[in-house]
Design a protein around this ligand. Structure first.
Ligand code: BGC
Length: 389
């Protein structure tokens, strides 16, 4: 953790330099200059859905980070940060067109809900009532169901507050949507700080007991989205245990130690170092596709839990969160069939996801931290991405 904390400070300092260097120059995103450096987000049409709903893209920048967000799925279409020479790249996989997001996106950049990752057989029992939710991954439910939050059009409200710039995204998920009980009112706030950090605050309330587990599904490649394998990226995760899975990628319920296994990222190592070890868990996921149990547990404020570094560009990202789990997915199911926003084909291992969350299948695992939300309670989690170079 000590190293992580230093990395955050170093990252902020680097971003601070970027902010000074870029201060006053014309950012590609345009917008009205804000007295403290940020700019009012700018909205543009991005396309129309089959039912006639218009989708917009929002561009914002602050502290040297540039973000493009779609009202469809709250999708991060691009996130640009400088390398050690000040050169900007989009470090997040995505598409140019709305049609591709609708037809074939493996959750590129999207908000995930109501429930991140898998629920075994799409079933759970809450307060004695059995619920069958939409099944969309073999016999299981993945990322909320076939029409999860990644496929909903969110109401977007831009804001500037002090030196922060951001977007508030709202979605109301009606009672019974995808089979989940309760009307869930969700607010997600994307903030770019003056240091160039991207912060996500999730909030939700319900009118009936339900389960909730929200996350963000950005596919990171810190060398640039079109630059091939991330196996040379260096990763550190502050988790001494992980949740092993069965062949359907449903946790067994066990919290296994990472010590002496390919899952030990407590000391920085490259993603590729152990990815070809013949470990049953890596065979199930075709690589890393597991939930790490973060040593810090659930915290009131975000704590640094993972650091990613691309040695070629010098770009770094530190993730801090209030959440108890982190899904590290090494882009195993990218199979060379998708053409990304840079015009190149995405292949296995061209990006990785680091999804902060409660543990997969928690509604069926009483020993895992609870994902139940009841009327009168407010679900609140925060995750911060800090960039450096
Ligand atoms: C899951 C993978 C899944 C991917 C979808 C990840 O969060 O862990 O198993 O294939 O999302 O793109």
């Amino acid at each position: 953790m000590e190293l992580n904390r230093r990395t955050v400070i170093a990252g902020a300092a680097a971003a601070g330099i970027a902010a000074t260097t870029l201060g006053g120059t014309a950012h590609a995103t345009g917008g009205t200059a804000h007295p403290t450096g940020g700019r009012t987000p700018v909205r543009k049409p991005f396309g129309t859905l089959a039912d006639g709903t218009e989708v917009h893209s929002w561009s914002l920048s602050n502290g040297g980070t540039r973000l493009k967000v779609l009202s469809y799925g709250g999708i991060v279409q691009s996130l640009e940060i400088p390398d050690r020479h000040g050169r900007y790249e989009n470090v997040s996989l995505g598409f140019d067109d709305l049609a591709d997001y609708v037809a074939k996106s493996p959750y590129f950049g999207a908000l995930i809900g109501r429930f991140g990752n898998r629920i075994g057989k799409g079933r759970f029992t809450l307060d004695g009532t059995a619920h069958q939710i939409d099944v969309n991954d073999g016999e299981n439910t993945l990322h909320g169901g076939s029409r999860g939050f990644d496929k909903r059009v969110w109401d977007v409200e831009p804001f500037t507050k002090g030196s922060d710039v951001g977007l508030r995204l709202y979605h109301t998920s009606v009672d019974g949507e995808m089979g989940y009980p309760g009307t869930l009112r969700v607010k997600v706030t994307y903030t770019l700080t003056r240091h160039g950090d991207w912060r996500i605050d999730y909030e939700a309330t319900t009118d009936r007991a339900t389960v909730v587990n929200l996350t963000s599904h950005v596919y990171w490649n810190l060398a640039g989205e079109d630059s091939g394998s991330i196996h040379g990226h260096q990763l550190k995760i502050a988790g001494s245990r992980y949740t092993p899975v069965d062949s359907g990628l449903i946790p067994t319920g066990e919290l296994a130690r990472v010590a002496g296994t390919p899952f030990d990222f407590r000391r920085t190592k490259t993603v590729g170092e152990d990815i070809r070890v013949a470990h049953q868990q890596l065979l199930y996921g075709q690589g890393f596709d597991h939930n790490w149990v973060l040593d810090k547990g659930i915290t009131a404020a975000p704590v640094p839990v993972a650091t990613l570094r691309d040695p070629s560009s010098g770009r770094t990202m530190t993730i801090s969160t209030t959440e108890p789990g982190l899904q590290f997915y090494s882009g195993n199911f990218l199979d060379g069939t998708l053409v990304g926003s840079g015009g190149t084909v995405y292949r296995q291992g061209d990006a990785l996801c680091l999804e902060t969350q409660h543990f997969p299948d928690s509604p069926n695992k009483p020993s895992f931290p609870s994902t139940v939300l009841r009327p009168g309670q407010t679900y609140r989690t925060t995750t911060v991405h800090s960039f450096g170079r």
